[in-house]
Design a protein. Sequence first.
Length: 413
Amino acid sequence: MYDFIVLGEWLEFAVRWLHVITAVAWIGSSFYFIALDLGLHRDRNLASGADGDEWQVHGGGFYHIQKYLVAPDQMPGDLIWFKWESYMTWISGFTLLCIVYYMGADLYLVDPNVLDLPIWKAIAISLGSLVFGWVVYDQICKSRFGDDNTRLMVGLFVILVGMAYFYTHVFSGRAALLHLGAFTATVMSGNVFWIIIPNQKIVVADLIAGRTPDPKFGKIAKQRSTHNNYLTLPVIFMMLSNHYPLAFATENNWIIASLVFLMGVTIRHWFNSHHARKGNPHWTWLATALIFLLIAWLSTAPLFSDTQEETSAIPMTAEAQKFAAATDFPAVQDIILGRCSMCHAKEPGYEGIHWAPKGVILETPEDIANAARRIYVQAGVTHAMPPANVSFIEPEERAKIVTWYRSVTQTKG
């Protein structure tokens, strides 16, 4: 029988790879067109009637690019639409959310030390928050409040800070930052699906019908595109944060997440100013560095506090109780305590390790049973752990871990 756990790992790998590929395509095209738009020369009287143009060189060739505020006199027959990069990024990301955080909710989504939620309720909150985010953002943009772009961006930041606080007080730290990224990415994809592309289709339809398109549709689309431009870098940080417990596994994680959005603004401001030939505001790099240092301090300060809050042990799930009751569990527990717990502890004893890698603690029977699948994949099926086999785990011990895990998962009835 094929190992369905291994199959699941490969499924997650494939979807994650697809997500990265489509995200790179979307981010690349988004950054390119924003830079192109900002860099256009608009002080030239072009015979074509275009708003601006720019010459570029790449790959050994020269490109002459022109932008029309509304549309050219005649609709080109081979018009290329940039939309599927956005759609597939969201679809693959949501699929990954389902595979990792919904199917593995007891391990990754729900943290009883934060809020002891039934799995169904945690998933419902997750889905509801994504819908809530788009509806609230879209309505604010369409309201009179959204007429002022600066005021609108400040309002959006306040909403993101509120969501950061909400997520970190409902989900596990890892899931909280990931959801904040998904919340923001849903807004960005919603901009493309519900606003930018429909507005462009209205312009195309007017042009084909011989009507003069209303320039307001292009103005609205550009506003949403600008929002996407400033939100992209924070989303990338949130999506990568699950690999770094120093970002998500700290009591200050909601503040850290909020500051990341400010870093996204400062970084993009330099590039946007540079592309628009409005100077090089190098102060933005200093501001970004200072914010990053503040984030680093916020993540590590609790580690050196004498009054750290003690968290209660996470109880075993029903599935974990089966692993703890297995005949081979005492032997596996001895292996883990001898080969893994010197690093995976609240106070690691391995030289140079100051906190448990990836936030994984393996000190108690509850810890080990709850992490059964991780142990099986990382130290049983593969040799990923321990890194470079620094604790000299033997092949027989890895085989014992595999036997223990499969004795539970392959038991009939």
